[in-house]
Write a protein that binds this ligand. Structure first.
Ligand SMILES: Cc1cc2nc3c(=O)[nH]c(=O)nc-3n(C[C@H](O)[C@H](O)[C@H](O)COP(=O)(O)O)c2cc1C
Ligand code: SF4
Length: 377
């Protein structure tokens, strides 16, 4: 009997099964950053569909870190009430919920049109073929302020009834930018050696822990390799994951660091047509799981129940984290639980992502246009 549908604990939190909805920006928050009615409905449907733990989309801890227009904010106490409603909705369906806290760093300039301030990053990289836009390097006092903003947002998250916080340390956002030798050229204590490039992560962990207490589950989504040559390599990413796991994070989700130019060098890969293309971070996750003593979450292109069962039964991962399959089929976990072991119908075309980037709310484009032939990328 597989353990997939048995309750499991991370620290003090019990989750009813091993399925996680990986963090998903839904383009549905109010422009002010507040939780919207649409989000309450989406999360209700999702929690009703059987997933054990839902991670929210990227939520900014201060306005300098926002990168998309309809994004949630936890930048001050006024946001707590809306999240309380969201958390009650999810809890009423028997699921748990974690908030993903982030700062976009230089990524702020990519999609957000009406910027009032220049974006920030550990360093400014001249003539970067992987990134263009207006941004500048952070001053030391600004770094310390952002760290405190993370801690304050985590404290609010606990007050709002979230079961856990996930720090976003992947996908080319600010923490990835500090960790990667490609984007961190600082010559002070925040750059250079791996220890220095992890200083931001470490101080941020300490600040959050101080504000939420020792018993509160704290996760991190880690980008352990960049999507192009010359960036963070897996050897260092793996060492970083080991170091971070020892500070007291309660779980690690393993993903991509800085993004390459094509989807192939990103966290959301396409063309997942057969089993060989599935679970594209399987090897990284498996290797890191053997190296750390906290639970890990495998994400990235998991689509067939057979493979999902295999990686859990072989103890290559503790949790299965899915994003795009839930956009198309929010009830897929209940299907599987009830013995309907069909492959996820999401074809990983990323049309939902493209629509989001144009400012539309999250929906499955293929599902909406069902009837016409499904188009792959
Ligand atoms: C529409 C969309 C929105 C996403 N938003 C986030 C996000 O807010 N935070 C995050 O860490 N990852 C985000 N991701 C990445 C997913 O969490 C996940 O890591 C990736 O899509 C691979 O999983 P999948 O193959 O199951 O989709 C997003 C992906 C998609 C397609
Ligand atoms: S639009 Fe494509 S990638 Fe997005 S959920 Fe639908 S099938 Fe999956």
């Amino acid at each position: 009997m597989s353990t997939l549908f048995e309750p499991v604990k991370i620290g003090t939190m019990e989750i009813k099964n091993r399925f996680v909805r990986s963090a998903t920006y839904d383009g549905s928050a109010e422009r002010s950053g507040h939780v919207s009615e649409r989000q309450l409905q989406m999360f209700d449907t999702l929690a009703h569909g059987g997933v054990g733990l839902i991670v929210t989309g990227i939520t900014y801890v201060d306005p300098s870190g926002q990168n998309l227009p309809f994004q949630n904010s936890m930048a001050n106490d006024e946001y707590i009430l809306g999240f309380k409603k969201l958390n009650d909705t999810v809890h009423n369906q028997g699921a748990k919920i974690a908030i993903q806290l982030f700062n976009a760093g230089r990524e702020r300039v990519r999609f957000l049109k009406d910027k009032t301030e220049e974006a920030i990053a550990p360093s400014f990289i001249k003539d970067d073929p992987y990134f263009s836009g207006n941004y500048r390097s952070l001053e030391e006092d600004e770094i310390r302020q952002i760290i405190e903003n993370f801690g304050d947002a985590a404290r609010r998250s606990r007050e709002a009834g979230f079961d856990a916080v996930q720090v976003h340390g992947a996908h080319g956002f600010l923490l990835s930018q500090f960790l990667s030798p490609y984007t961190n050229h600082r010559e002070d204590d925040w750059g250079g050696t791996l220890e220095n490039r992890l200083r931001f992560h470490h101080e941020l962990y300490d600040d959050i822990r101080k504000k939420v207490g020792d018993d509160y589950p704290l996760f991190i989504k880690m980008g352990v390799q960049d999507g192009f040559e010359g960036g963070l390599e897996f050897g260092e990413g793996k060492t970083a994951a080991r170091i971070i796991s020892r500070w007291g994070f309660d779980a690690l989700e393993i993903s991509q660091g800085l993004r390459g130019k094509e989807f192939e060098g990103t966290e959301f890969r396409t063309n997942i047509r057969n089993k060989d293309r599935e679970a594209y971070f399987r090897e990284w996750t498996k290797v890191i799981k053997e190296d750390v003593n906290v639970p890990v979450m495998m994400v990235g292109g998991l689509r067939t129940f057979e493979l999902i069962k295999e990686v859990v039964d072989k103890k290559e991962t503790d949790f299965i984290s899915l994003c795009r399959p839930f956009i198309r089929e929010p009830g897929i976990v209940n299907d599987w639980k009830n013995g309907n072991y069909h492959k996820a119908t999401c074809i990983s075309c990323n049309k939902c992502l493209m629509a989001l980037r144009k400012g539309e709310p999250l929906y499955c484009v293929q599902e909406k246009t069902k009837g016409s032939a499904e188009q792959n990328t």
